[in-house]
Design a binder for this molecule. Sequence first.
Ligand code: AMP
Ligand code: ZN
Length: 466
Amino acid sequence: MKLYNTLNKRVEEIVPRNEGVINMYTCGPTVYHFAHIGNLRTYITEDILEKALKYLGYKVNRVMNITDVGHLVGDGDSGEDKMMVAAKREHKSSISIAKYYTDAFRSDCDKLNIRWPDIVSPATDNIDYYIKIISKLLDCGYAYISCGNVYFDTTKYKDYYKLSGRCADDLMVAVREDIKEDHAKKNPFDFGLWFTNSKFNNQELQWDSPWGRGYPGWHIECSGISIKYLGEYLDIHCGAEDAIFPHHTNEIAQSECYLGHKWCNYWVHMGFLNDKSGKMSKSKGEFLTVSLLEEKGYDPLCYRYLCLNSYYHNALTFSYDILDGASNEYKKLKTRVQSIKDDDEYQKDKFDIYNNKFRDALSNDLNTSTCMTILYDVIKDKDISGKTKIRLIESFDKVLSLDLLKKDKIEIDNKFKKYIDDMIKKRDEYKKNKEYDKADSVRDELKSKGVIIKDTREGTVFEIIS
Ligand code: AMP
Ligand code: ZN
């Protein structure tokens, strides 16, 4: 498997530390609002990456955090905790805000066929672990206490700029907005590991620590959760490109200073989903959610289809025209797939040829648009049997997760439902009176309207066929 590694700025062969096993970490959502479809583009790609690695034969241990404390409005430790802002906005506690938006995120993931990672851990569940890491960083001189808070001293870590590949002056210009305000820091890029009351005395969630009652900074949660659940070595760390600086840069600094060795070999970053005004972001106020797309009549999976047709590393600009196009293509694709007859012999040789092409495309920096082309080639190929095509599509869909072979549920209105119920009752009467011909004619009439009935131990049930 080859992936673009931000750390070395090139596409590289992934060589896991333990042969055949990949430890993979993905930064989870900050649950102070609904996820927008830009966030979800990143989670779709991470889902495909996990499924692709499994398809290629790796065992994948995947962990994701849920940020429910400590992410301040400014990524450079300025502004209020985002959870507190949401709690005030909605007149609720931070805990109920976190629960509500975590559930909403999970339901969005389900709708987009994003598999929930094996371990999903909220930041607030691992406070002891952060305290352990911060204590060691202080003992070893990588961190300092100022104005009651604990900060990481970025000048103590010589490789601080290795991920971003930019020098301090460049970064200073790029993030000027974010690095103001906190005068307790010795150097502008130093970052908070633990804040006490001196930062905000109205912080709702606080814990005792050796440095006073308070709460963790944002970056420490990802290092803590990753090391706690995946151990000292990580193979792949993912996130969107906005996480490169400061979040992932800070994660590397604190993890490597704590561990005393290199932590993660491959850093994989996803391009943004943009709208016409630039990067889609929650702070802009207006953003697109999966529920909004559903309200407008779109199947969420047509958005997954749209993402699959672009290269994950590039920016993707969203418009309803593009979504309409994807939606039509997706519907046509499903219809074509479902009209394939599962007949003739299974051709293993043909299966292997296409399957190898599909694996090659996945291995080539997750080239999902080529995977889609291969899928269409399979459908068009006149020299392979229906059975082979269906086996291939079934197999590809383990990664694509577009429900290509799943029949859509057909909505029926109340009037039609009443008609079916009445017909079933009529048939029951006929059967009771041993008028089997009449009972059969009811069954036939329903079938002519696309309704198949089955007698089960629990009674007669029906299914609508398209
Ligand atoms: P957040 O909930 O803001 O912490 O972000 C969750 C994930 O979405 C992170 O990996 C971000 O880097 C990513 N993200 C934020 N905005 C976008 C966007 N417009 N397009 C793609 N990914 C994004
Ligand atoms: Zn993170």
